[in-house]
Design a protein around this ligand. Sequence first.
Ligand code: ZN
Ligand code: ZN
Length: 203
Amino acid sequence: MFCWQARPSCVLVTLTKMNDVIDFEIIDERGPQSYRATFDMTAEELGREEVVGLGTVAIEANVQAGDLEDEYVAEGIVTFTADLTCSRCADPYPFANPSAFHVRFRPRPEASVENEEVEITDEGELDVEFYSERLIPLRELALEQVLLSIPMKPLCDEACLGLCPTCRVNRTREKCSCEETVFDERWGALKGLREELEKKKNV
Ligand SMILES: [Zn+2]
Ligand SMILES: [Zn+2]
């Protein structure tokens, strides 16, 4: 059921390796920089149990200085394929969703005693990330974007009927008899109600 494309050759990995860290010093010196890299990641690295397999992750990013001091803006796209488990029927299904991203890196404010955690309350500040090091591994950025683009509740299909709560049969593929029983019971209850009403009417 799981069929993976051949992993990229070692040659390709070596070539992209040279360019797999965003260095803010270089952006200060030479202006905006473009990056492109591919990474092999495992489903385990993502730490999401809905992800059962992950193909090669490709990232393209343009990074330039932002409006604020020491702010850098990264824009780009992450492309990957994955096998996710449907949250309704538990079947694995292929997922591919190239996701565009926009991240603003700002220096991590120094935590004072009374304010240990920096809260981001402003809307529109959701794409801000704080950095301590002026080197951002592209791999980390890619991993983060993959995580963000995987749905919280993955569905093999919007119309997935899920599993029968009684016999656990996949109701999209198979029709079980439990459904009919439930239907019969409901119908029976309705019939009983109608009989009651009839009786009352006749009293
Ligand atoms: Zn499903
Ligand atoms: Zn059933």
